[in-house]
Design a protein. Structure first.
Length: 148
């Protein structure tokens, strides 16, 4: 149960952190060829956050649904259950790390555009979903082992 909460907190924390990174772009200026330019206009905030809501919304909805619906048989051993957890944790860490890197790129590099990086993050998320979504379902969807 602690492992499920830890993995769920990783996903929710990454989502909140991605929203915070986008929020920190508002009002930030960069100097390009001696001209100070805003990185993200306040009216573009929702356009920048909408793709992130789509990415994380689908994963968080699945995770929270599998907290209650358990369609898969319990693991046969503790080792198999630990393997499922570490597989889901590794996939989630790589996925969320890559998305957070792409979203925060404009904080660390000059010439990076926020919207282009967010759209790249969405594209990467769609490619990685082939691995990450089944790993999450495989872990969160298992029934608890009966008490002996």
């Amino acid at each position: 149960m602690v492992e499920r909460a830890t993995l769920t907190c990783l996903w929710i924390g990454s989502f909140v952190l991605a929203m915070l990174v986008v929020e920190l772009y508002i009002g930030k200026t960069v100097s390009i060829d001696g001209l100070d330019m805003l990185v993200l206009l306040q009216e573009d905030r929702l356009d920048a956050m909408k793709p992130l809501f789509t990415i994380y919304g689908s994963y968080l909805a699945g995770i929270l649904a599998f907290w209650y619906a358990k369609p898969f048989k319990p693991a046969k051993s503790d080792g198999a259950e630990r393997f499922r957890f570490w597989l889901a944790m590794a996939c989630a860490a790589v996925f969320n790390g890559w998305i957070l890197y792409m979203v925060s790129r404009a904080h660390f590099t000059t010439g990076a555009t926020v919207m282009a990086d967010i759209l790249s993050a969405v594209q990467i998320a769609s490619w990685m979903s082939v691995i990450v979504a089944p790993a999450n379902a495989f872990y969160f969807g298992i029934k608890a082992k009966p008490a002996t």
